[in-house]
Design a protein around this ligand. Sequence first.
Ligand code: FES
Ligand code: FES
Length: 211
Amino acid sequence: MASSHDSDHKCACAGGLSRRGFLTSVGTGAIGAVATAHMASAATADAPVETIDAGAHVTVALLVNGTTHRLAVEPRWSLLFVLRERLGLTGAKAGCERGECGACTVLVDGETRYACMTLAVEAEGHEITTIEGLMHGEELGPVQRAFVEHDAMQCGYCTPGQVMAVEGLLRTTPSPTLDQIREGVSGNLCRCGTYAHIFQAAERAAELKRG
Ligand code: FES
Ligand code: FES
């Protein structure tokens, strides 16, 4: 997942498929086929099925912004929930919480990812970066500075996700074209319509990062 492009946002439940590819593939027919296959295999499998009680916790070690946090989580908890409600990292926002808006975007191993569609247990063993991790002490990082310079926000709710989308884009594409920028943030919606300023901020952030 090299950028924050809509088709590049991956979700935990998609097994590595892009968001768009996942949504396309899981139409009613696909769901029926999967359910049928699952029932058939369940009926024939000899191996005992491993279950976990509702509300049970498992311990995970999450590497977030360079710090390892060991904590007990329910297997159903999303990475977004754990970041916000257990680690106090509220930069990633809860918008749709179903992989549509991008407000929750973080980097996992340097690639953009919807934290609402990623299980916390799935994130173990990976390097997670939130918008708080782009700071250099008390100083804003280059993408954050560029957003301020270009006034690339109104209400600001989508802004952390937009910043992370641009950060992810620039890590793989240091000198993006306007089309690449548009594509890079296409998985992030802004209901205030600040797109023109976001594109300008992304171009400026590229300059700042290149020094
Ligand atoms: S909150 Fe995750 S995509 Fe909207
Ligand atoms: S600045 Fe309000 S949603 Fe983007």
